[in-house]
Design a protein around this ligand. Sequence first.
Ligand code: ADP
Length: 310
Amino acid sequence: MIEVRGLTKQYGNVRAVDDLTFTVQPGIITGFLGPNGAGKSTTMRMILGLDTPTAGSALIDGAPYSSLKNPLGKVGALLDAKALHPNRSAANHLKWIAQANGIPTSRVREVLDLVGLSKVASKKAGGFSLGMGQRLGLACALLGDPEILILDEPVNGLDPEGIRWVREFLRALAAQGRTILVSSHLLSEMAQTADHLVVIGQGRLVADSSTYDFIKQNSSSHVIVRASDIDVLANSLADQGLVSSRELDEEGRERLIVEGVSTDQVGQVAFSYGVSLFELSERRASLEEAFMEMTGHTVQYQASLKQEGA
Ligand code: ADP
């Protein structure tokens, strides 16, 4: 389990991570989601003891990373898949890390098999495609057969086939009971991969819930209805336990907004109470829009547009 408590990182006048508190549980994939610059990498680096927090703590099974006796056996990480020695073969790269960490070199062949790189084990990593580089990065992370995996944007730049492979691979690792924290700036990708989401924006926690609840809460839809007698319709809906509010359309006509219902239900109520409908439609708030709004992405984007224009 990973426990992050009040974690904060200040770089000069930039607060990269701001009082973050969350827990990462074993047996599931936890998606660490936020737009670029939200503070995901900084958080992961602090969990791995590569950066010192300004305040707060990050514990791995109750202890800081720096106090782990066998760190690679406990936590595997993929931070920057491009950080490879270009002239070293995949196998030699892994052997070098294994030897430096007291891991038997027989494990190298196992991890190359696991990530599907056995056939190119003797090829130089410098000639690898992005997808092969990511696989090699995952092989490194798995060398010590760790219980916990921390992966920063493992699907960044991969083609759909590569993305699917990583997703299936992480699912299998989670099913073995491992703890998996995987970051991404892509909501669509995380929604398909993660069981649980920790969402941050501008260093702050904005959501910590199951992916199912996150989607349900943030992709609300409502029905818009205009009718012959709006008071009768509002009362009829209320009789059925349905809450509605009023708004004026662009032509100044009053209409009802009904949350959490289908157009079928509203049409049926209107029919039973003898109300004629003039307009009946559904308005769906996009999950992507909700995500951008909650993470402050739109604000940052607008600010950078202004700078470019200045
Ligand atoms: P993410 O991984 O979500 O894209 P980062 O953790 O890389 O976000 O960055 C969060 C913020 O901290 C950004 O504003 C970034 O510019 C800043 N930042 C990250 N690392 C440093 C550093 N070493 N020095 C100064 N600022 C940094």
